[in-house]
Design a protein around this ligand. Structure first.
Ligand code: DXP
Ligand SMILES: NCC(=O)COP(=O)(O)O
Length: 259
């Protein structure tokens, strides 16, 4: 399925789509080293509640999602898996075996609390082009998690990515800090990056994610051309109080009608 037919196939779905990142269901499980709560059960419940896809991040340090989660969730999903991985040989092997619909390449640092910045595509073009080609040869579509930066957008297109995911962390953090000017500046950066992507290659799918909540998501969801939002930490935090299905429903409402 080409990118255009992919977006055509989803033409009837309400844009942007919602990809639910269930990493932090696994964080709760890993806290005690037991077998509950089940990320698989969470993924299926999110799909039942209206999630358009499931994102899981198999980190090199396995702090939350485990290899077994990836394989068993891939077998039972009825929507699409977006597997986030660092661009390593180990992860290439796993992704080639699992064959998720999407792989999103993200930068990883062992010491980070969560993903800090976007992937430096411009600084490693040739190597990433080769890595992306291997994934696409395995039948996997590739997204690149990048900062909302024209140079990185252009580099992502140059190395043949099927999609980009714009890092909304700076936008989210400015909001949490109550810095309205900084948040508006970050929103403008994101809008500019979407416009650059559309100008350079209108077949490229443009996603966004990181730090999105019911309070800050509507402004991002309203940006013309944004295809999917990947949301995890805040949605799982909501679910602690509302239950997971309601958290998905509420996040979709916040995306499309405002928080
Ligand atoms: C790339 C990104 O922003 C998230 O999808 C990522 O999963 C964050 O890492 P943690 O889930 O480990 O916080
Ligand atoms: N790529 C962003 C993602 O999957 C979820 O990020 P967050 O909502 O957990 O910050």
């Amino acid at each position: 399925m080409t990118t255009s037919s992919l977006s055509a196939a989803h033409g009837t779905l309400q844009k942007p789509l919602l990809g639910v990142n269930i990493d932090h269901v696994a964080t709760l499980r890993q806290a005690r080293g037991v077998n509950y709560p089940s990320p698989l059960a969470a993924a299926l419940l999110c799909e039942k509640a209206g999630a358009d896809g499931i994102t899981i991040h198999l980190r090199e340090d396995r702090r939350h999602i485990q290899d077994a989660d990836v394989y068993e969730i891939a077998e039972q999903l009825t929507t699409r898996m977006n597997l986030e991985i660092a661009a390593t040989e180990e992860m290439l092997k796993i992704a080639s075996e699992v064959k998720p619909y999407w792989v999103c390449l993200v930068p990883e640092k062992r010491a980070e609390l969560t993903t800090e910045g976007g992937l430096d595509v411009a600084g490693q073009l040739a190597w990433l082009t080769d890595y992306i080609g291997k994934l696409q040869t395995a039948g996997i579509k590739v997204s690149l998690f990048i900062d909302p930066d024209d140079k990185q957008v252009a580099a992502a297109i140059e190395c043949g990515a099927d999609a980009i995911e714009l890092h909304t962390g700076a936008y989210a953090e400015a909001g949490l800090a109550g810095d309205v000017d900084a948040q508006q500046n970050e929103l403008a950066r994101i809008k500019a990056a979407v416009a650059t992507a559309q100008r350079l290659n209108n077949q490229l799918l443009v996603n966004a994610g990181h730090g999105l909540t019911r309070d800050n998501v509507h402004a991002i969801a309203q940006i013309e051309g944004v295809y999917e939002l990947n949301i995890g930490h805040a949605l799982i935090a909501d679910a602690v109080f509302t239950g997971l299905e309601q958290a998905v429903v509420m996040m979709k409402q916040a995306m499309h009608q405002g928080g």
